[in-house]
Design a protein. Sequence first.
Length: 163
Amino acid sequence: MPTLELDTDVVEAVKDRALPWVDRSPSDTLRRLLRIEPAANSSQRQPASAAATHEAPLLPERPNGRAPKADLRQLIAAGFLSEGETLKLKDYSGNIIAGVQAEARASNKLIWNGRLYSMSKLAAAQLKKAGYSGHSVRGPAHWVTANGDSVLELWNRYERRAG
């Protein structure tokens, strides 16, 4: 088996993205993140029954059959976003709300004022503060990059590329 020399920060990033009880090695984590199926002739390949109980699906379906939610962790791993990238909040008309920005984290959360939030909860709270009312907010549609792409748009591109 080949050996790769990796920078410490890359190794730490792989560790941060490893799923307990799913990824048994760094190769498992990288295969899952990069959507690489085990080689048919691989000596590491498990029987189908073992693989089905221990490996996470590449793009897991949600219990209601809908597509998976936008995942910052996967967008960062795939290079669509950067760890710590600043995202701004836009309102329902597409206008940026002044003074509201957060940092994307591979923990699948945003950091705002030193605290971790889900995209939807932080968007809902800040939109309410800006005078909007609504019970359900789709956070990924409201958080945008410096060039104006929403997290939802990035997620859709990611899924098309992965599919």
